[in-house]
Design a protein around this ligand. Structure first.
Ligand code: ASP
Ligand code: MG
Length: 405
């Protein structure tokens, strides 16, 4: 008999039929003799519509009230899921985040979990109940309802699995698992049987959105092994866990394409200490998230100047442009240019640590496909390049084929 935490995302509980399907799955698992804690998200689209409703009243609603509002989405699904289980004669009880003992800090709409006291959950499990817990929410020490940031139900599940010392944590979603590339863009993409936390984090931050990054970081920190799998079929999913020796045998775990980036170039920046600090401080203060940064070699020894390029999220491009413009009198650069027609192509794999020539191979494939590289950045387990937007998908397929053939 195992203690299993299962999490079902918004699509998996998106309508009564789907909720019945979840209940049937849970019932079967309980039949096998397991103790079950089930974390559910709000029905798909509900959180978005609640946000929209509030914004019709006021553009920037009070965040405490937003938490009060958004928590209702998950509160609906826990009750419905419990009812669906009762209809199958399975004893089940729903708990809000607060009732499940999830205590957070007081940062409304993006609270962090401080601790979990799962006494009540344990007691209910011992009574033979299936315990349904609302994802995405908790409560402060003072009893205020909080939420954990968009996609936060994943975090609820991982954190509960850690606190309960669960034997297994399953994240049920609308995809079969983590793939070597987005199967909608790359027909030959394959489902991975396993992936390390770090690879998963790199792929997520590169736009391969399967799970909330914060919950993967949390799982890594507390060593929670979890499986990402589909609630719509019986296929085994992808196991996410600590890196093992054999994972290094594969050079590249996955390839991803991020079309949501834009490039800013500051031309003719005086090459002296403090310039980059000034520019990126201003961007940071404006909450513009900067990803890749490239600085050219300096020209003209007399009054050395350089070009500085960086990428930002596309929606932040205008803001970034304005911020740099406002520095003109202070930093004395020549001009700023912005380019939306780019994409970021990345390869990720812990195998890069022990295999050589990975970058060369990637650049060679791009060259053979007539793709020009505009920027390059690397980490220990990742190589990213900025290329022309129009060539992004062809390049993605070519790179995938080269590394996964
Ligand atoms: N319902 C919340 C959201 O849509 C939390 C979640 O789905 O994980 O962000
Ligand atoms: Mg969700």
């Amino acid at each position: 008999m195992a203690l299993i935490v299962q999490k079902y995302g918004g699509t998996s509980v998106g309508n009564p039929e789907r909720i019945k399907n979840v209940a049937a799955r849970v019932a079967r698992c309980r039949q096998e003799g397991h103790k079950l804690v089930v974390v559910v998200s709000a029905m798909s689209g509900v959180t978005d519509s609640l946000i929209k409703l509030a914004k019709e009243l006021m553009p920037l609603p009070n965040e405490r009230e937003m938490d009060m509002l958004l928590a209702t989405g998950e509160q609906t699904t826990i009750a419905l899921t419990a009812i669906a289980l009762h209809a199958l004669n399975v004893p089940a009880i729903s708990l809000t985040g607060a009732q499940a003992g999830i205590v957070t800090d007081g940062v409304h709409t993006k609270a962090k979990i401080k601790n979990i006291t799962p006494k009540k959950v344990h007691a209910l499990l011992d009574e033979g109940q299936v315990v349904i817990v609302a994802g995405f929410q908790g409560q402060t020490m003072e009893g205020q309802i909080t939420t954990l940031g968009r996609g936060g139900s994943d975090l609820t599940a991982i954190a509960l699995a850690a606190a309960l010392k669960a034997d297994l944590c399953q994240i049920y979603t609308d995809v079969d698992g983590v793939y070597t590339a987005d199967p909608r863009l790359v027909p030959g993409a394959r489902k991975l049987s396993e992936i390390s936390y770090d690879e998963m984090l790199e792929l997520a931050s590169l736009g391969a959105k399967v799970m909330q990054s914060r919950s993967v970081e949390f799982a890594k920190k507390f060593g929670v092994v979890f499986e990402v799998r589909s609630s719509m079929n019986e296929n085994p999913g992808t196991l996410v866990k600590e890196e093992t020796r054999s994972m290094e045998d594969v050079v590249i775990r996955g390839v991803s394409l991020d079309k949501n980036q834009a490039k800013v170039t500051v031309v003719g920046v005086p090459d002296r200490p403090g310039t980059a600090a000034r520019i990126f401080k201003a961007l940071g203060d404006a909450a513009v998230n900067v990803d890749m940064i490239v600085q050219n070699v300096s020209h003209a020894a007399a009054s050395p100047c350089t070009d500085l390029s960086f990428t930002v999220d596309k929606p932040d491009l205008l803001k970034a442009h304005k911020v740099i413009d406002s520095l003109k009198s202070e930093v004395a650069f020549r001009e700023v240019t912005a380019d939306e027609n780019i994409s970021k192509l990345s390869i990720v794999g812990v195998g890069m640590r022990s295999h050589s020539g990975v970058a060369a191979k990637m650049f060679d494939v791009l060259a053979k496909n007539g793709v020009n590289i505009e920027m390059i950045s690397t980490s220990e387990i990742k190589i990213s390049v900025v290329i022309e937007l129009a060539k992004g998908e062809t390049a993605l397929r070519a790179i995938h084929e080269a590394f996964h053939a």
